[in-house]
Design a binder for this molecule. Structure first.
Ligand code: HGY
Ligand code: MN
Ligand code: MN
Length: 419
């Protein structure tokens, strides 16, 4: 239980937590939660969310890229909308809260307005983005990019680990890859984009606060590296004559870690995936693929770091006589949250009786794509121990309820930016 925070019976938080648990049961395997873009589990999850949207009084549909979209009309039909959203895909072996908390809380807020028969001078739309994590294909934010009209069609040709192209996966999901453009929305249709999300870090917990105002979403660069040497017999090739791709990759990984550890300004680097071929105990690895994720508080800092890391990897490959293929698979600049939205979120937090605290987001969010067509605001909700991208991810009921109350208040008091 969050320190000293009361939860009423039949609170929004109770509905949110119940639905988080139900959605968290939809996974590609029974023991862990994994729900990647265009999987059959994602389709099952989409149908569940569409049902929740409809029972909250929204018109709901699946858009051209697989996003679930609900619309609650304002005082009259066809008004521009306040868009609320987050994602409903997950990483592998995920927690239940990263993404779904924002989608489910937004639906519960709309349901509450609907119960009260309340219509606002603007429409509300809730979007559950189908891909934010970028786990399956070599790109992220596919759902929100499609809505922002910045979907890169060349990604359709990329293949997942099983060799299935995104184009084929879209068809299997029941979508038409040639009509992704239909998901795009216009700037004039949106008054703002707001997202509620778990913090995924320990700062709010250290502050003893259930919610916070996000100042900016840090940019990120992702690269795919492939080192190729020569596969050979583990018993016969002397050490000095080997071109071992896995030993080369290990040196690269250590160099990345060292480089980021010696940076005192918040640079972080992660190698989260590695695959060695042919992959047998008695065979020298001939080829290794791995990914690199680099983030820093400013874009200039991140770009300098990426350039340095690339130089180091090139030098390691050269010294070990390995051929190197290194591609940037994804790059996102830092997305600042709009001051006028931060102010409205801060008012709502204060009105709920909490201290207003601002913090940046080190994690990526759909707002990074949505900023191309709307001003972006974000509310963070405390999560236990700051743990995320891990099945131990957890939000207390009281904090889920606090987040829902703050979001509802932001919606009810929302004033569009004065132009
Ligand atoms: O990787 C990220 O920052 C996000 O969770 N997709
Ligand atoms: Mn995530
Ligand atoms: Mn997320």
């Amino acid at each position: 239980m969050g320190a000293g925070i009361a939860v009423r019976n039949n609170s929004l938080g109770e509905e949110v937590v119940r639905r988080i648990t139900e959605l968290g049961g939809i996974s590609e395997d029974a023991d862990t939660l994994t729900r990647v873009y265009l999987s059959k589990e994602l389709r099952t999850a989409a149908d569940l969310i569409l049902g929740w949207m409809r029972s909250a009084g929204m018109h709901a549909h699946l858009d051209a890229v697989g996003n679930v979209c609900g619309r609650y009309e304002g005082e009259r039909p066809g008004l521009p909308c306040l868009m609320l959203g987050s994602h409903y895909d997950t990483v592998r072996d995920a927690g239940k809260w990263d993404g779904p908390l924002g989608v489910i809380t937004a639906i519960s807020c709309v349901a509450e307005l609907n119960r009260r028969g309340r219509r606002l001078p603007f429409a509300i739309e809730v979007v559950g983005f189908a891909d934010e994590e970028g786990v399956r294909f070599a790109s992220t934010l596919l759902g929100s990019r499609a809505v922002a009209g910045t979907f890169d069609e060349s990604v359709l040709a990329t293949r997942d680990r099983d060799g299935v192209s995104m184009r084929d996966a879209l068809v299997q999901f029941g979508l038409d890859p040639d009509h992704i453009g239909a998901a795009a929305r216009m700037r004039r249709e949106l008054l703002a984009y707001l997202e509620l999300h778990i913090e995924q870090g320990p700062v709010l917990e250290a502050q003893n606060l259930p919610v916070g105002v996000v100042t900016a979403i840090a940019g990120a660069t992702r690269l795919a590296a492939r080192l190729t040497g020569i596969a050979g017999h583990a018993g016969t090739v002397p050490m000095a004559l080997r071109r071992d791709a896995l030993s080369g990759a290990a040196e690269c990984i250590t160099a990345i870690e060292q480089f980021c550890r010696t940076d005192t300004n918040g640079l972080v680097g992660t190698v989260g995936y590695l695959h060695a071929k042919p992959g047998a105990t008695n065979v020298i690895p001939g080829q290794v693929s791995f990914t690199i994720d680099i983030r820093a508080p400013t874009d200039a800092h991140r770009k300098r770091a990426v350039a340095d890391i690339v130089r180091q990897i090139e030098a390691i490959a050269k010294r070990r006589d390995l051929s190197l293929q290194l591609d940037v698979t994804h790059e996102n600049r830092t997305a600042p949250c709009a001051p006028w939205l931060k102010e409205q979120i801060a008012h709502a937090i204060a009105a709920e009786g909490f201290s207003v605290f601002e913090l940046p987001s080190g994690a990526g969010h759909d707002g990074m794509a949505m900023i191309d067509i709307a001003d972006v605001g974000m509310i963070f909700v405390r999560c236990r121990g700051g743990i995320s991208h891990n099945p131990a991810e957890h939000v207390e009921l009281a904090d889920a309820d606090a987040g829902a109350r703050v979001l509802l208040r932001v919606i009810e008091n929302f004033r569009p930016r004065e132009s």
